[in-house]
Each structure stands twice: as structure tokens, then as C-alpha cells.
Design a protein around this ligand. Structure first.
Ligand code: FAD
Length: 373
């Protein structure tokens, strides 16, 4: 039996960020993870630290995303310090290219809704014209079919695989204990301690955090929590590496610091099927070429499908069990964006009980709507 002050179940973007934050503040922490066969959104995502369009219907989530983006500068520096891994944060703002008048009009309406919802706090996102887009992306010719873009000044991007590496390496260098290939199948609670069991090992601690993506669905009921999440597939395409031309974060066509472009990402209701399809791949590639015609001659080298972790309103869920205090769930889409708040605020909530303002807005109880008579 391995014992600690806190067990974090899940070593993806959420689990690793929370475990890292716990260890950063000196909490004796064990992080348990699945294996290569697990669903792992942490290894197939797009790498955006993205604020625009987040939180429609839940202003607290819009604020949470913006706060995380602001914390990212310090977080990236801290990760580099503890892990020696540079996540290559670029956060000078982000563009979401709009490829038709209809897309532009729909996005403009969304901005109006978000602005009304934000009230006095304001919503920092505006539609800009094609020639302004061209000035922001001088290295590539912007296609004639581009009808403008939305620009959000808080947006940015990182290298997501290096972010995961930095979290894991930082966690272990700080003295955290990481157990890969230890998928938790059962959790019991007895005498003030939780016991988590994998096929090979048992782990015990007075606190347990379930931050294991789709693995939560099976485990949350074992600690008295209901955490509604569903799968959604996104396909991503990667090109060969070419000379760096676009440093700015772009919503669905971005160049990584290593030179390759990533194109994506679709939103498909295909259950847990993480395959790829030619029709979606062609559509994504066609959009990229419409945005930047020069990309027509750049070779695609890889593509994948990966499963998002979505709550019913696409905003985060953070809950502590009422029947078994000391058990927590933390889950959401946007685990890259939320890495900084997860490492700072969520780990502090778990270790000290101190909650950020209006943190109850993130409870899954917001979905408990009484049935109509
Ligand atoms: C196509 C795509 C693009 C995306 N783009 C972005 C983006 O640009 N920006 C952004 O912010 N977010 C993005 N995301 C979302 C982001 O990747 C996820 O929000 C994040 O990975 C979720 O983190 P997680 O730790 O909850 O789940 P995951 O990253 O899926 O990790 C779950 C981990 O838990 C482990 N596990 C599961 N069950 C158990 C168990 N029983 N016991 C132990 N371990 C277990 C798994 O092995 C895995 O390592 C994207 C996602 C997808 C699919």
C-alpha cells in the first residue's frame, strides 16, 4: 500500500497540472495514470491558450479562462524553472479567421451576446478586416476568401506536448510520485482515508482528486459525485516543417515553433471513435488553403482524431463530494488554457479548502434542473 497526503487520478492536462501545483506547495502527492490504450486528450490537442468565445452562458467560466491566460506568463516561467522544459508560450493575441460572410455574421452575433453577458467587465474581442489580418500575419498571403477575423487580445498558444512533459517532469523533480500504467478500477472510503486500487497496486490518502478525463464517468459515483461528460471528436492535420512565418496564435490554422502547421479541428458527434475520415480531412485542408493559398504546396505528414471531454455547457466542473468530503472532481475541455488556474487555484482549493470567488458556479449541480410537472 502506497500512502500520501493526496492522490490525483489522471496524468493528462488536468490531473498533471493539479498534481504539479500540489507538489509545488509541498503536498505529498501521488499521481496515478493510465497507459497508451487510454483516451488521452492531452496528447492530441491543438495547443491554444484561448479566451475568445469561452463561457457563453456562464460568465464565471469566461472570467476563469481569462484569468488563466493572464497567469500563463508566470506559469510558463515556473514550469521552465522546475522542469527545464520551455513550453514556448506565445500570447500576444489570437486570430480566428472567418471564411465567409455567414461565418462573420454568426461570430459578430456571438460577440454581441458575450459582450452583453460580460457587462461592465467588457469582452475583449472584435471583428477585424482582411487587410488588418494581413498586417498581423505578414509572412503569408491571406486568401481572397477571408472575410475578416475575430481578434482576442488575451489569446495565445503553447507547444502542448512540451507542456505535458513539463508538468510531469516538474512534478517528479519536485518530489511527486508518478505511477503510469496504474488505471484505477475501484475506490473505497473507510476511516477518513480513500483507497484507490489499480490491477497491481493499492494507494491510500485522506484526499483524492479525480482528474482523469473520460475515466471520471466510472469513478465519480464511487465517491458520491455525478459528473456528466460526453465525448466529441476533433480531427487535426499536421504538415511538414517549413520556415517559420506565423508566430501569432490562430484558431484553427497555427504554425508551431518547430515549423509544422496544425490544421483543425472538427467537432464531430461520433462517440468514442477516435479514427479519421477523408471527408473531414479534406474539408480541414481546403479551409487552410482558402485562408492561406501558399499552403497548397505544403505536404501533410500526419493526422489524427482525438476525443474531447465535454460537459453539457462546455464549461468546467469542479466539485467536492458532500457525502465523502476530501474527494474532488475536476474536468473540462480547454485543459491547456486552464493549466495555469488548475496548477495555482485548484491545487490550493484541494490542499487548503480556500475557494476562488464564486467557485460554486462550477459545480455540476448547475445541471440539476427539476423535471417539469
Ligand atoms: C482535438 C482536440 C483539440 C483540443 N484543443 C485544445 C486547445 O487548443 N486548447 C485547450 O485548452 N484545450 C484543447 N483541447 C482540450 C484538452 O486537450 C483537454 O481539455 C484536456 O486534455 C483534458 O484534460 P484531462 O486531464 O481531463 O483529460 P486527458 O487529457 O484525456 O487525460 C486523462 C488522463 O487520465 C488517465 N486516466 C483515465 N482513466 C484513469 C483511471 N481510471 N485511473 C488512472 N488514470 C486514468 C488517462 O490515461 C489520461 O492520461 C483539445 C482536445 C481535443 C480532443
Amino acid at each position: 500500500m502506497h500512502s500520501a497526503e493526496t492522490i490525483v487520478v489522471g496524468g493528462g492536462m488536468f490531473g498533471a497540472a493539479i498534481a504539479y501545483g500540489l507538489r509545488r506547495s509541498g503536498v505529498d502527492t501521488i499521481m496515478l495514470d493510465g497507459s497508451d490504450g487510454s483516451l488521452r486528450a492531452a496528447r492530441g490537442n491543438f495547443g491554444l491558450v484561448w479566451v475568445q468565445s469561452k463561457g457563453m452562458g456562464l460568465q464565471r467560466y469566461a472570467d476563469w479562462s481569462r484569468e488563466s491566460a493572464h497567469l500563463w506568463d508566470d506559469f510558463a516561467a515556473d514550469l521552465q524553472d522546475s522542469s527545464t522544459v520551455d513550453v514556448n508560450l506565445q500570447n500576444g493575441g489570437g486570430l480566428n479567421l472567418l471564411l465567409s460572410d455567414e461565418e462573420r455574421e454568426n461570430y459578430r452575433r456571438n460577440i454581441d451576446i458575450m459582450r452583453q453577458q460580460a457587462g461592465a467587465d467588457g469582452y475583449d474581442c472584435d471583428i477585424i478586416e482582411r487587410d488588418e489580418v494581413q498586417k498581423m500575419v505578414p509572412g503569408l498571403r491571406v486568401g481572397d476568401g477571408v472575410a475578416g477575423a475575430s481578434f482576442g487580445k488575451h489569446d495565445g498558444h503553447v507547444n502542448p506536448l512540451r507542456m505535458l512533459r513539463a508538468l510531469h517532469r516538474g512534478f517528479t523533480k519536485l518530489g511527486g510520485r508518478y505511477f503510469p500504467c496504474n488505471e484505477v478500477g475501484n475506490i473505497t472510503h473507510d476511516g477518513g482515508a480513500f483507497v484507490a486500487q489499480s490491477a497491481a497496486n493499492s494507494f491510500t490518502a485522506p484526499k483524492i482528486v479525480l482528474a482523469c478525463g473520460h475515466g471520471i464517468t466510472k469513478l465519480a459515483p464511487m465517491v458520491g459525485l455525478d459528473t456528466p461528460i460526453r465525448p466529441q471528436r476533433g480531427q487535426v492535420l499536421v504538415t511538414e516543417k517549413i520556415e517559420a512565418t506565423v508566430a501569432m496564435a490562430l484558431g484553427s490554422i497555427r504554425q508551431t515553433d518547430e515549423g509544422g502547421f496544425m490544421f483543425g479541428n472538427s467537432e464531430e458527434e461520433t462517440g468514442f471513435d477516435d479514427g479519421t475520415t477523408l471527408a473531414v480531412t479534406q474539408n480541414i485542408a481546403a479551409r487552410a488553403v482558402k485562408a492561406f493559398p501558399q499552403l497548397e504546396n505544403v505536404r501533410l505528414v500526419r493526422n489524427w482524431g482525438c476525443i474531447r471531454v465535454l460537459t453539457p455547457d462546455k464549461c468546467a466542473i469542479y466539485d467536492e463530494s458532500e457525502t465523502m468530503p476530501g474527494a474532488y472532481v475536476a474536468t473540462s475541455h480547454s485543459g491547456v488554457t486552464l493549466g495555469a488556474v488548475n496548477a495555482h487555484h485548484v491545487s490550493r482549493w484541494v490542499s487548503t479548502g480556500e475557494t476562488p470567488p464564486n467557485f460554486d458556479h462550477f459545480s455540476a449541480r448547475r445541471f440539476d434542473v427539476p423535471k417539469a410537472a
